[in-house]
Design a binder for this molecule. Structure first.
Ligand code: G4P
Length: 526
């Protein structure tokens, strides 16, 4: 197969949702269709259960298990589907943001009863800044929920999407009859047997087909006709290019647990979702069909077992062919490296791979060479864009609790930051170190791992902080003024970039007003 054929074959995407909307269930059904798993329930281990939210060891243990499900690949209708798992737990949101840098599209799952929830809003915002094409799946139609049109409004207002319904529900909860597939003009009747039977799908020529009355009863059939007419009047027609540009969002309705409406979405997805797209680097655009290999590391997963401190670095192939045992160039470290055991998870089996193509995710064993965002190439100096850090939400000073072990502590902190567990800021005035995280849980994880993996002890000191903003300016003078007047609020991040630490939204606004020539950014990439 030519490189172009390999590229066209691949669809790499992530599923995002607020916890409990049904991401795990949907993933599992997709894997069942692809033959990647044989029985339902196989993906459950990947989910961090609600009762474990305060037990970080349990969460880390489950995170360990989830390495196996970090990427799941399977073949479906001549396409290779790569699903990237994203942690649902909000304290690991940063992990999810980074994983989303490695996908070409996303599926957003929404609970019909709850509508758009907080975590969905945050994740969709990240996708929207990159114009990632997104399909929406409204789940749990077997339960009572919000009205379909209200949900579409919610999607447009809260998520800033342009909704384009490609299927439409007929009733819900007890009255749920099925969905009308607008995309293919088919009626699909609901049966809670969890199987995808041919006889549940009824071909109809158009909505006036009398079979509709026969199957649904006149009143419901008329209601459906009216609703679909309204949809045709209000919502735009499906346009694949607009979807691929991230400007139009197909919406499907179904029930993942009952395996209902999932196949329709998957069939549509393989047809319309983009294959690996060109990627921006600081130097130039990299096209997937370039002959030379390029790729970047978007996630690092540490082994929880202190006796085996190896890590797995996840590489997204962006162009050319990644090959086993061939020397590649590690741009940041300016050195050549080859990999003897690169792995991919195909049909739930971990395999050593000889070749990987654009869109593929390869796991490489790493003894500490990689950092999130690192590029691998055949010799070219390029740096992939789009792997920014975002402002943490919680901040604490970190102190050394055992002065004899400061070397271990520094090494541990640096390695954990390279893995992306949290962010480190060093204050300009005092050199004190501040750890910033998305959730409180990471503080426990860091403390535990420093002790058990690096033999170092730390304590924390609380710090009332609102946000960390990366600052830039075209005027050196303005930067110098900020440094002299606001030294107490300034720190540098892991890459030496200048960051303004704001105690509150108000102090941030004051700083913006007082320093009009300074731009305050909420992410490290600007
Ligand atoms: P998540 O990964 O997004 O967090 O959600 P997950 O798939 O684990 O689903 C959350 C809960 O919603 C699960 O129930 C799951 O069975 C249920 N669910 C998923 N899809 C549907 C659906 O289409 N209809 C209905 N009625 N429920 C659905 P749970 O009780 O929390 O877990 P479990 O005991 O079933 O594992």
């Amino acid at each position: 197969m030519s490189l172009q054929q390999e590229i066209d074959k691949r669809k790499t995407f992530g599923i995002i949702s607020h916890p409990d909307a049904g991401k795990t269930t949907l993933t599992e059904k997709l894997l069942l269709f692809g033959g990647a798993i044989q029985v339902a329930g196989a993906v459950k281990s990947n989910k961090i259960k609600k009762h474990a939210t305060s037990d970080f060891m349990e969460i880390e243990r489950q995170r360990g298990i989830s390495v196996a499900t970090s990427v799941m690949a399977f073949e479906y209708r001549d396409k290779q589907i790569n699903i990237l798992d994203t942690p649902g737990h909000k304290d690991f949101a940063e992990d999810t943001y980074r994983t989303l840098t490695a996908v070409d599209s996303a599926i957003v799952v929404i609970d019909v009863a709850k509508g758009v929830e907080e975590q969905t809003e945050k994740l969709v915002k990240v996708c929207r800044t990159r114009s990632t094409p997104m399909i929406v799946f409204i789940n749990k139609l077997d339960r009572e929920g919000k009205d379909g049109f209200d949900l579409l409004d919610d999607i447009e207002v809260k998520l800033g999407m342009k909704a384009c319904p490609l299927s439409w529900p007929i009733g819900m909860g007890q009255r749920f009859k099925g969905v009308y597939n607008i995309y293919e003009s088919k009626l699909k009747l609901f049966a809670a047997h969890g199987k995808q039977l041919e006889e549940d799908t009824i071909e109809i020529s158009n909505l006036d087909d009398p079979i509709l009355n026969e199957m649904l009863g006149e009143a419901i059939a008329d209601e459906l006709r009216e609703e679909v007419n309204t949809i045709n009047e209000i919502y735009p027609k499906f346009d694949q290019e607009a979807y691929q540009r991230g400007e139009l969002n197909p919406v499907f309705f179904g029930s993942a647990i009952n395996n209902f409406g999932v196949k329709e979405m998957l069939d549509c997805f393989v047809e319309i979702a983009p294959s690996p797209l060109p990627r921006e680097t600081e130097e130039r655009m990299v096209k997937p069909d370039e002959e030379k290999f390029t790729g970047f590391i978007f996630k690092i997963h540490a082994n929880m077992d202190p006796k085996h401190r190896d890590r797995i670095a996840f590489l997204r192939v962006c162009s050319g062919v990644f090959k086993r045992n061939v020397n590649f160039y590690h741009v940041r470290q300016d050195k050549k490296m080859k990999f003897s055991n690169p792995t991919m998870f195909m049909a739930s089996k971990k395999n050593i791979v000889d070749d990987a193509y654009p869109g593929d995710i390869v796991g490489i064993y790493d003894s500490g060479n990689f950092k999130i965002g690192d590029s691998l190439t055949e010799g070219e100096e390029i740096h992939f864009k789009g792997i920014p850090s975002f402002s943490p939400e919680q901040f604490r000073f970190i102190n050394n609790a055992d002065p004899m072990k400061s070397k271990q502590l520094n090494k541990g902190i640096n390695q954990l930051m390279e893995e992306g567990v949290a962010q480190l800021f060093t204050k300009l005035d005092s050199n004190r170190k501040i750890i910033g995280t998305v959730g409180a849980l990471q503080f426990d994880v860091i403390q535990h791992r420093l002790e058990h993996e690096y033999g170092a002890k730390c304590t924390y000191e609380s710090l009332a902080m609102h946000k960390a903003c990366w600052v830039s300016s075209e005027s050196e003078e303005a930067l110098d003024e900020l440094k002299s007047r606001r030294r107490n609020n300034l720190a540098i991040d892991k890459d030496g970039k200048l960051v303004y630490l704001a105690e509150s939204a108000w102090t941030l606004k004051m700083a913006q007003d007082n320093h009009p020539d300074i731009i305050f950014h909420t992410s490290s990439e600007f």
